[in-house]
Design a protein around this ligand. Structure first.
Ligand code: FAD
Length: 306
């Protein structure tokens, strides 16, 4: 593999793919390194209603595929690997990856975020055996079953609504007595007869034999413990930025997002950040694409100035 590129983009979500469209179309030799599935979190959205150009909405994986095809048309390369560290060598950057070292003149970090874990007994053990973080991927396996969604934000409600097409009963478990989701989403969820709410409650443990069978719950106000028999648990309690691999190189905010200026520059010249991974980002597909555009233009400017 030729391991020298003008621009290396870490992450193939909408921020990385948009940056790739711009840099490769600008004749910069460009590479996306993606550790998971091209499309990033778009793959978790069954239907995207707010990305311009799709009046009937668009399926998330389909939008991801369209963006990738568009970037490849201009010569963007993609490899499946994880970036483990970046070393700043001045006008060159060294990327250590699970597939060997790669040299870049400029780097755009578009690593987005991943689902937070509950970190309770049984969670790891039953992941893939009843515990899931993605309804679009796994809801189908819970046809006519009873499931739980843990969380109270918009994503949790979306996940529960999606599950109504498959499961027979969906419990939304939230640790507070009010949901964080927008009023309109809450209204829609409350109108669904299959959805039941268990508020002021946390999940203490996930139990089962080969697959999930029951949850141990605790009411946070009374401390009273109870059990709930279910076949599946979807965990939707928020996202954490994928910044562990740059925490010693770049400044991060309190939540771990990369701090940039308005042109996506980090404090290290030639290293930019775009999309959900960036401090202050709005965290939508349109804004990730916007950040990717700015980062690509700024990366070209940096290379031209060298
Ligand atoms: C369930 C759900 C539904 C959503 N619905 C909508 C919606 O309808 N409309 C909307 O506008 N937004 C929606 N969003 C938000 C939207 O998906 C995100 O804002 C957007 O995907 C962020 O794009 P990104 O490119 O910054 O990061 P991501 O999409 O998170 O992509 C980052 C990519 O980087 C990769 N990566 C991370 N670290 C490394 C590494 N070290 N090495 C290599 N690769 C790495 C990851 O595997 C990932 O593929 C939704 C999100 C979720 C979770």
């Amino acid at each position: 593999m030729n391991n020298k590129y003008d621009v290396v983009i870490i992450g193939g979500g909408p921020a990385g793919l948009t940056a790739g469209i711009y840099t490769s179309r600008d004749n910069l030799k460009s590479l996306i390194i993606e550790k998971g599935i091209i499309g990033g979190n778009m793959n978790n959205a069954e239907i995207i209603d707010n990305y311009p150009g799709f009046p009937e909405g668009v399926n998330g994986p389909e939008l991801a595929n369209l963006m990738h095809r568009q970037a490849k048309r201009y010569g963007l390369e993609t490899i499946a690997a994880e970036v483990i560290a970046i070393k700043d060598l001045g006008n060159k950057k060294l990327l250590q990856t699970s597939d060997g070292d790669i040299i870049a003149r400029a780097v755009i970090i578009a690593g987005g975020s991943e689902k937070l874990k509950l970190s309770i007994p049984g969670e790891k053990e039953f992941t893939g055996r009843g515990v899931s973080y993605c309804t679009t991927c796994d809801a189908f396996f819970f046809r006519n079953k009873n499931v739980v969604v843990v969380g109270g934000g918009n994503s949790a409600i979306y996940e529960a609504m999606h599950l109504t097409k498959f499961a027979s009963k969906i419990y939304i478990i939230h640790r507070r007595n009010q949901l964080r989701a927008t009023a309109i989403l809450q209204e829609r969820a409350r109108a669904e007869t299959k959805i039941k709410f268990i508020l002021d409650t946390i999940v203490k443990e996930i139990q089962g034999k080969d697959f999930v069978q029951k949850l141990v719950l605790e009411n946070v106000k009374t401390g009273k413990k109870s059990t709930l028999e279910v076949d599946g648990v979807f965990i939707s309690i928020g996202l954490k930025p994928n910044t562990d691999f740059v925490k010693d190189l770049l400044s991060l905010d309190k939540q771990g997002h990369i701090i940039t200026d308005e042109n996506m520059n980090t404090e290290t010249a030639g290293i930019l950040a775009a999309g959900d991974i960036r401090s202050g980002a709005i965290r939508q597909i349109t804004t990730a694409a916007g950040d990717g555009t700015i980062a690509a233009i700024e990366a070209k400017r940096f290379i031209d100035d060298q």
